[in-house]
Design a protein around this ligand. Structure first.
Ligand code: SF4
Ligand code: MG
Length: 318
């Protein structure tokens, strides 16, 4: 199991000067090895912030982010930094922006191998890159090409090959297929699932798309304004969502078997994450809100293996 927690974090700050990003507070979860936890929520819920905190792209303004029992910021500043970076890799949303357009695929995929001193000789690097490209369904001959010679889906495969170069155990995937055509998304997701099975990879998968989550996740965590509001295994969450926000998100999924149209659009807008509503921050949008909800923040409680933060669920009102 990998333990991830950001228990004391109220606000995080990017490495660049004084630029605040979405707050995260009290988010912690465990991901069994070889499985996928998907974090879902609308934009502004802090799910990408969690991803970026984990790989050290953001540093917390207070508190600490822990991974596998260790403080990430402290680890990245110490002698274990290389080891952590090797174990945990990230796949980004935009394969256009994350690949250097002036580098050949050979150099892009070989970069982490060089950086970590894993393979240094030319023939060794070429062989290893060929193997990595094949593992994502590309040809060794593709190593001599530039990123612009590939489609979006192929570029994301190149990103995946690069991420796998250090033989990581844990992959943080931030909307890895959101920039791709719908027809290509399933291909990339299936490659990721195959690689997970073959290599025992653990994924933290960030997505706003519940259809994608349904395809890839073992467990689902639902975030709202920087907090985890529900976490359950995928079947339970889709069959019997407990939190009103989870229900709202699920009700808005297009019913692909019926009309292709959304059933009930999501109500209201996400408030400013830096100035969240009092009590349960979902109360202005919640059909079950009452006076207690406006005043008291619900704790994340475990009920029959589901974690949920809602007074109405706790009181048995819904
Ligand atoms: Fe709705 Fe209250 Fe539950 Fe928040 S605590 S989700 S406002 S019922
Ligand atoms: Mg995002």
């Amino acid at each position: 199991t990998f333990d991830v927690s950001a228990p004391w974090l109220n606000r995080v700050i990017e490495r660049r000067p004084r630029q605040y990003v979405h707050a995260v507070d009290g988010v912690s979860f465990q991901i069994p090895r070889g499985t996928t936890l998907a974090l879902v929520g609308e934009s502004g819920c802090g799910k990408s912030t969690v991803a970026r905190l984990l790989v050290g792209l953001y540093t917390p303004s207070g508190g600490q982010v822990q991974f596998d029992g260790a403080d990430i910021a402290a680890t990245l500043a110490g002698p274990q930094a290389q080891t952590l970076r090797r174990r945990m890799q990230m796949i980004f949303q935009d394969p256009y922006a994350s690949l250097n357009p002036r580098w050949k695929v050979q150099d892009i995929v070989a970069e982490p191998l060089r950086e970590h001193g894993l393979v240094t000789d030319g023939p060794g690097l070429r062989a290893r890159v060929a193997e990595l490209l094949q593992s994502v369904g590309l040809s060794p001959a593709d190593a001599g090409k530039f990123p612009h010679q590939f489609s979006g889906g192929q570029r994301q495969r190149i990103s995946i090959a690069r991420a796998l170069a250090t033989q990581p155990e844990f992959l943080v995937c931030d909307e890895p297929t959101s920039a791709l055509d719908v027809s290509v998304q399933a291909q990339v997701l299936n490659i990721m699932k195959d690689l997970q099975r073959q290599r025992g990879l653990t994924y933290l998968f960030i997505s706003h798309n519940l259809a994608v989550v349904r395809h890839v996740a073992d467990q689902v965590g639902v975030m709202y304004l920087g907090r985890l509001v529900e976490q359950a295994d995928k079947r339970t969450l889709f069959a019997t969502p407990r939190h009103p926000y989870t229900r709202m998100l699920l009700d808005a999924i297009p019913d692909i078997h019926m009309t292709g149209r959304a059933r009930t659009p999501v109500r209201g807008e996400v408030p400013n994450p830096l100035n969240p509503p009092s009590g349960c921050s979902f109360h202005p949008r919640c059909p079950h809100a009452n006076a207690r909800c406006q005043q008291e923040r619900p704790a994340l409680l475990s009920l029959h293996g589901v974690r949920v933060a809602c007074h109405a669920v706790e009181e048995g009102r819904i």
